[in-house]
Design a protein around this ligand. Structure first.
Ligand SMILES: [Zn+2]
Length: 396
């Protein structure tokens, strides 16, 4: 039995979700008897389990095969600026538990990480199947070294060696990845990216990031930092961005930029339904409050969200002309809460700027995933890495 063939079969069963000996033989072009002997070996190891018997194309009954979801469980953490989200998933990415805790990043890196470690230690006591950790983080990530290089708007959070810290603490496989990308991976597995080959996921929350899928594979770039859509320039002489450049998309259209603009409007005495509620605390204004005011036709909030929509549409037109994707999925707090005010100006701006031939094919949709999506994607990445190492161990 060739090791590479067994490893290939393991990956195929995992990625297919549901298969049969007949399907596997067809897809691998291996002899059915040979596939059967490999499947038996994987069953003995409890890697795969048999499901029900169904009719095959040729009328014979076939047995469905599934990857064992309890082969290993994974902890996924999304470290956010305001909240951190912690999940445990099974090996196939199904959420088994979810918890949201305050991030407390302003209290410093050690303080923020310690509160996460406390939660993880509690989970490890409850679930002895946990074998890996996945960390999703916004900002600029060096995925090869598992480091956060730079976190805009969070001072002091530079060159944080997250993977080393977690791997040393728990002695488990640990993956660190950008949270826009991990969300996109969940989108590809369970959401609106399922079955799509060429699509772009745009995350618009406090910041703006993107994940680009080319022929079903995530495009990372030579340094692994592709997808920094928030720091692409839309106005060469625009305001200074926290990255050092001028006129980045993030300065005009991110959640924090929108809050800042509304806040400035209120300070300047522009009439708004938010004036009274936030008269003493402009910092307390949320995107939810702005979106809700805009829906009630508050002029200030409507105008600022429409402007953000136009800028986002410009950025999307650039994506459309550059990559010609079949779908763009918008995720994050901004499209989730402000969809009604944002989408019309966004689509209008995109259509007016992009090539007609490309833009007529692209479908712009708002993500329907829950708030555990980034952490779940980190678990899926870790499960993939575990699968590689388990495959090597199993066949050697
Ligand atoms: Zn920037």
């Amino acid at each position: 039995m060739r090791k590479s063939e067994l490893a290939r079969l393991v990956k195929l069963i995992y990625s297919e979700g549901e298969s049969s000996r007949v399907d596997l033989a067809t897809k691998t072009s291996l002899a059915p008897s040979y596939v059967s002997s490999m499947v038996n070996r994987l069953q003995q190891k409890k890697w795969i389990i048999e499901g029900s018997h169904v009719a095959s194309d040729r009328g014979r009954r076939k047995v469905l095969l599934y990857f064992n979801p309890d082969l290993a469980h994974v902890v996924g953490v999304e470290i956010g600026r305001v909240h951190s989200r912690i999940v445990v998933t099974d090996f196939l990415g199904k959420t088994l538990s979810f918890k949201k805790i305050p991030s407390q990043v302003s209290a410093g890196e050690d303080h923020a990480l310690n509160s996460i470690h406390r939660e993880i230690k509690e989970l490890l006591k409850q679930d002895d199947k946990i074998q890996g950790m996945g960390i999703a983080h916004s900002g600029v990530i060096d995925r090869a070294r598992g480091m956060v290089l730079f976190w805009p708007k969070v001072s002091g959070w530079r060159d944080v060696e997250l993977r080393r810290a977690f791997a040393e603490e728990y002695g488990m496989a640990t993956v660190v990845e950008d949270s826009a990308r991990t969300t996109a991976i969940t989108e590809q597995r369970f959401g609106l990216g399922k079955g799509q080959k060429d699509f772009v996921f745009v995350h618009a929350g406090v910041g703006i990031g993107a994940a680009i899928f080319v022929d079903g594979e995530l495009y990372s770039g030579c340094n692994g930092i592709a997808g920094e859509l928030g720091h692409t320039t839309i106005d060469e002489t625009g305001p200074l961005c926290s990255c050092g450049n001028r006129g980045c998309l993030e300065v005009s259209a991110s959640g924090s930029a929108i809050i800042q603009k509304v806040s400035t409007g209120l300070e300047q005495g522009v009439a708004s339904s938010l004036s009274e509620a936030f008269s003493h605390d402009h910092q307390g204004i949320s995107l939810e409050a702005i979106a809700s005011a805009a829906e009630s036709h508050d002029r200030l909030c409507e105008t600022i969200l429409a402007e953000a929509g136009i800028h986002l549409g410009t950025a999307l037109a650039n994506i459309v002309n550059l990559l010609n994707p079949e779908r763009i999925i918008l995720g994050g707090t901004l499209p989730r809460v402000a969809k009604n005010s944002l989408m019309e100006p966004l689509k209008r701006s995109m259509r007016s700027r992009a090539f007609q031939r490309s833009v007529s094919r692209v479908d712009v949709v708002v993500s329907e995933l829950g708030e555990d999506a980034a952490a779940v994607g980190a678990c899926l990445l870790t499960a993939n890495q575990l699968l590689e190492s388990l495959s090597i161990a199993a066949v050697s």
